[in-house]
Design a binder for this molecule. Structure first.
Ligand SMILES: [Zn+2]
Length: 114
């Protein structure tokens, strides 16, 4: 049974995501059976199949969570990844000021108190 080739997306796919010190390339795979895939071997990368932009962005986010689990030794089941995908995104959307403050202070050392 031959498959129809999926059309290439009309939007520009994000080329990579940064997780800690690791930059994961994001590749398009028109033969991928799933929406997306995170592979840690032989090269760490996120693969997504051609899909609508809103779905592709969401898939990259989902696969990045799998990658975080893998890179930090926190294996996440598919079910837990999906829960985090929804809960974390909603949390970030619902708390933009907290995110701004976190970004502002992330990596800054506390001044010594006298
Ligand atoms: Zn998954």
């Amino acid at each position: 049974m031959s498959r129809e080739p999926k059309p290439l997306p009309k939007f520009k796919l994000i080329p990579k995501v940064k997780i800690g010190a690791v930059e994961l390339p994001v590749y398009l795979d028109k033969d991928l059976d799933d929406h997306g895939n995170y592979a840690s071997h032989p090269g760490q990368a996120i693969w997504i199949c051609p899909q609508e932009e809103s779905s592709a962005v969401r898939t990259v986010w989902h696969e990045a969570l799998h990658a975080i689990g893998d890179l930090y030794g926190l294996p996440l089941s598919e079910e837990r990844t999906r829960v985090l995908e929804n809960v974390l995104l909603q949390f970030l959307m619902d708390n933009p000021k907290l995110l701004e403050q976190l970004k502002k202070h992330h990596g800054k050392k506390k001044k010594p108190t006298r």
